[in-house]
Design a protein around this ligand. Structure first.
Ligand code: IDP
Ligand code: MG
Length: 151
């Protein structure tokens, strides 16, 4: 069984709009394994590192202000195809293009308030996990239901 991991982060609008429980439940029900979880308000510095590849975009400073405006819920979810599965569950970057049934399709309207982040590749997932978590914040545990999730 693959142990791919992805970094999922509920943004300040997701926290304010009381979507934390629902978003966690979606990942839990899907069958992915939660291996790290923490809530805190990030510095602009950390967010600038996280969104480094977007630093030339016109919306970059607004994005950093938005993301640092309140607490975030940071998570690591593990399982088969975790990265692509996470992206499918999120929907498209612009909620308008996101199908109903996805997180962004169900819960938001505007690209600048799209409630949740998910890594876009295995490489960026590994970088993001170690940007946001210390090694000892990751929990190693076995799911007793694994035999009912994987053949
Ligand atoms: P992603 O979150 O779906 O991976 P990215 O292109 O990596 O999308 O952009 C990161 C975040 O930047 C988006 O989730 C969104 O919050 C914000 N963003 C992206 N494009 C725009 C835009 O055109 N206007 C405002 N905010 C944007
Ligand atoms: Mg992205």
């Amino acid at each position: 069984m693959s142990s791919e991991r992805t970094f999922i982060m509920i943004k300040p609008d997701g926290v304010q709009r009381t979507l934390v429980g629902d978003i966690i439940q979606r990942f839990e029900k899907k069958g992915l394994k939660l291996t790290a979880l923490k809530m805190f308000q990030a510095s602009m510095d950390l967010l600038r590192q996280h969104y480094n590849d977007l630093s030339s975009k016109s919306f970059f400073e607004d994005l950093i202000n938005y993301m640092s405006s309140g607490p975030l819920v940071c998570m690591v979810w593990e399982g088969l195809n975790a990265v692509k599965t996470g992206r499918q569950m999120l929907g498209e970057t612009d909620p308008f293009n996101s199908l109903p049934g996805t997180i962004r399709g169900d819960y938001c309207l505007h690209i600048g308030r799209n409630v949740c982040h998910g890594s876009d590749s295995i490489d960026s997932a590994e970088k993001e996990i170690y940007l946001w978590f210390k090694k000892d914040e990751l929990c190693l545990w076995s799911k007793t239901t694994a035999q009912w999730l994987y053949e």
